[in-house]
Design a protein. Structure first.
Length: 406
């Protein structure tokens, strides 16, 4: 099998997908934005062919590059794993006659109002929502449904650009900030109270072959807006517990309703007073290195499993479910430059056996804003045989380790 992979160099974990395909026996060519010389000797040596384009979201240049590779021999798949690349890659697939995620499926996974409409029609419980391209449309939704509400760009990933609205005054600020009063498309939806988690899958022909359930502490919107919080992501090894059956069933319905075949997915959900509610889906792996946590927790290589799914149409190994794994983000106490750390030695003394790795940028490193995400500054990743033990360790690390900035 010959697979074209989109943008193999950046972000850095893209190389792991290339490796996974090769270990599954595929020949891999690639299209990317950097010159071939910038790929490095190892990556260059792994690729059958490489085409540089101005932008991997420029469908015209991407189509031309893929056709140049096709002229050298048969291409079986074209794969992308970054949110912004998914829809352009689907359009290039269609133009070049390559199997894979369709334009319809990619669009529905990208455009939140259309996604929710399709899923509600399939009986998947979602928050009330609509698409809007004017301030008046947003105001009309608020009048009909009340507060609190959420505004976010129609094609945003995660909490990027998300604004919570609690009253008329904050609604007007959100309309101005989102530029919806100037024609920018946004999704406006009911705010769902409750615990937030995500359900990630690897499917082959629309059938889930690997799945993982993870939790946010606290929810993403609060975590990305509150400096003092050291937010956590935790993936459970209790996936087969009866309480998760509803999440799994919902995920299967979503995959079927959106026509997804052989692909990774990342599905966000809420559970609270209104029951289980679906939030959104990406037909790609989750961000912030979560697949590394899944691999460490399950004694296998999920990038390799993805390669086998794409190249051989089957999984290679079963997840062990031996460990819970998690990541805790550690925020600098102010914007500026990192000055020092407190509590690191004690952290290793107490929890060193559980720590997978630690990213502690050296003093002098410029800080990133809180809203930049879980891996923007310092973070610790660990695994533990017990879910509650993993959470307790991360809670204590959050109390112990302080990042001082000046």
């Amino acid at each position: 099998m010959h697979v074209i992979f989109v943008e193999p160099r950046f972000p850095s974990n893209q190389k792991k997908f290339v490796r996974g395909l090769i270990e599954a026996g595929a020949a891999v060519s690639a299209v990317g934005e950097q010159p071939r010389e910038a790929l490095g000797d190892e990556l260059r040596g792994q690729l059958t062919w490489y085409e540089q384009v101005r932008s991997v979201v420029d469908e015209e240049s991407m189509t031309a590059a893929v056709k140049r590779i096709q002229s050298r021999g048969w291409i079986d798949r074209l794969e992308a794993t970054v949110e912004a690349h998914i829809l352009p890659a689907a359009k290039v697939r269609e133009a070049c006659g390559i199997p894979g995620t369709s334009v319809r499926s990619a669009f529905l996974c990208r455009d939140k109002p259309a996604m929710k409409e399709a899923l509600r029609a399939a009986g998947v419980p979602c928050a009330k929502s609509t698409g809007a391209q004017s301030g008046d449309e947003v105001r009309a939704f608020a009048k009909a449904n009340g507060y609190p509400l959420i505004l976010k760009p129609s094609a945003a990933a995660g909490a990027s650009g998300t604004i919570r609205v609690d009253d008329d005054a904050s609604l007007e600020r959100a309309i101005a900030e989102s530029h919806v009063d100037r024609g920018a498309a946004c999704a406006v939806e009911e705010f769902i109270e409750g615990h937030e988690g995500f359900y990630d899958t690897l499917s082959i022909g629309g059938v889930v072959v690997h799945d993982f359930i993870s939790h946010y502490y606290p929810g993403v919107l609060e975590a990305m807006r509150t400096r003092w919080i050291s937010p956590q992501i935790v993936t459970t090894n209790r996936v087969d517990a009866a309480g998760y059956a509803e999440v799994k069933a919902m995920g299967a319905r979503v995959i079927s309703a959106l026509g997804l075949g052989t692909t990774a997915t990342h599905m966000e959900w809420f559970y609270g007073p209104k029951g289980l509610k679906f939030s959104e889906i990406g037909c790609r792996p989750p961000g912030v290195g979560v697949w590394d946590l899944y691999s460490a927790a399950n004694d296998f290589d999920l990038y390799r499993e993805w390669g086998f799914a794409v190249a051989q149409g089957r999984p290679d190994k079963r997840p062990s479910r031996r460990f819970t794994a998690g990541m805790i983000a550690l925020r600098p106490d102010r914007d500026g430059r990192i000055a020092s750390y407190e509590g690191v030695r004690e952290m290793y003394q107490r929890f060193g056996e559980f720590i997978l790795d630690a990213h502690l940028p050296p003093p002098g490193t410029p800080t990133q804003p809180v809203e930049a995400g879980y891996m923007a500054n310092a973070y610790i990743r660990l695994k533990h045989p017990d879910y509650d033990g993993c959470r307790a360790a991360m809670d204590e690390i959050g109390r112990l380790v302080k990042v001082r900035a000046s």
